[in-house]
Structure formats: structure tokens, C-alpha cells
Design a protein around this ligand. Structure first.
Ligand SMILES: C[S@@+](CC[C@H](N)C(=O)[O-])C[C@H]1O[C@@H](n2cnc3c(N)ncnc32)[C@H](O)[C@@H]1O
Length: 169
């Protein structure tokens, strides 16, 4: 399952052993832009819903989940992550790549200053969310995480890539 599927930019990175992708995306424009990529993909992609806060899938019905640059913009992200945990099978992984709150005080101060403007200009995006804290608070088990700046202005470029799993038992 991929939440915040957008225009399908992750399709080319799906590993070969993915049988099918269940996609969630609220933007009609995003879904329309994804059509060409979906048509060219070797993996079938099925849109199952719009909103990650209410995922129309059974408990434990997904092997794995993916999200990129989406935890920053979901309103009530805690609820969305609780839903992701619910639909993942026990031990199933959530793979994520997100920008977020910098550990550097000066950068973080700018992020807090810019956050309201960012929200208005970038469709509800937040600069001040901490992806690791979010997945921890959602009671996922942290498997692996890497954090660093990538190229570009620092308030937008402190990236976190990681994998967490839904608890077993
Ligand atoms: C910055 S875009 C990232 C799109 C794509 N994941 C990528 O990396 O190119 C954020 C995406 O999250 C989606 N989104 C926002 N709120 C959402 C929600 N409640 N449930 C699922 N997706 C949501 C937006 O429509 C948008 O497509």
C-alpha cells in the first residue's frame, strides 16, 4: 500500500517482488497525472481510497506500506499512521522518506517561522514535523533510519529515510 501516491513517482523504485500496489491519493490531479506511469508500470496499481486517515482495507491485509513526502502534509497524521499500522500485517514494514525538523537550532527556528507560510503555499505541508517521533508515537518498531541534509535550502532539506514495522503480538 502506498499512501500519498501523488503522480506515481515511486513506481520505478518498486522492488520486483511487489505483486500489486494499493494506492491512496486524495488529489484528482495527482491521480490523473499518475495514469501514464501506471499504464507503463510492470506492477498493477489500484486506487483503493483517498484518505490515509480512513483506509478502506481490512486489518492486517497489507504486506508492506510506503510513503514519501506525505507525513509532512496529512492533517491528523497520528490517525493516518494508526490506520497504516492497523492494515499492515504484524511485522509488515512501513518504508518512508520525508523532510522534517532539523536538529540544528538555527535551522529549526527558521522552520518554525516559515511553517505557517509553507502550509498556505504548499498544500498543508509542515516543515516542523519529526518523522521519527511520529512513527515512534504511532507505536511502530524502528528497524532502520538515516537522517541528513541533502542539497538545497536547509529548512526544506533535512531528510529522513527509514523502515519501521508493525508490532508482532
Ligand atoms: C508532496 S506530495 C508527495 C507525493 C508523492 N508521494 C511523491 O513523493 O512524489 C504529498 C501527497 O500527499 C497527499 N495527501 C495529503 N493528505 C493526504 C491524506 N490525508 N491521505 C493520503 N494522502 C494525502 C497529497 O495529495 C500529495 O499527493
Amino acid at each position: 500500500m502506498e499512501l500519498g501516491f501523488g503522480s506515481g513517482r515511486n513506481i520505478e523504485f518498486y522492488p520486483d517482488d511487489v505483486d500489486e500496489v494499493l494506492a491512496l491519493e486524495p488529489s484528482a490531479l495527482g491521480r490523473r497525472m499518475a495514469r501514464t506511469r501506471i499504464a507503463a508500470a510492470t506492477v498493477p496499481v489500484v486506487f483503493v481510497g483517498n484518505d490515509a486517515r480512513t483506509i478502506p482495507l481490512d486489518d492486517g491485509s497489507c504486506d508492506a506500506a510506503l510513503t514519501t513526502f506525505t507525513l509532512c502534509s496529512i492533517d491528523d497524521v497520528a490517525r493516518a499512521l494508526a490506520e497504516v499500522r492497523r492494515v499492515l500485517r504484524p511485522g509488515g514494514a512501513l518504508h518512508f522518506l520525508e523532510h522534517g525538523l532539523s536538529p540544528d537550532e538555527t535551522v529549526a527556528r527558521w522552520q518554525h517561522r516559515l511553517d505557517p507560510l509553507e502550509g498556505r503555499l504548499a498544500d498543508g505541508c509542515h516543515l516542523t514535523r519529526d518523522p521519527v517521533a511520529l512513527v515512534r508515537d504511532a507505536r511502530f518498531d524502528l528497524e532502520w533510519v538515516e537522517q541528513r541534509y541533502v542539497r538545497g535550502p536547509r529548512p526544506w532539506t533535512y531528510f529522513t529515510i527509514g523502515r519501521v514495522t508493525a508490532p508482532i503480538g
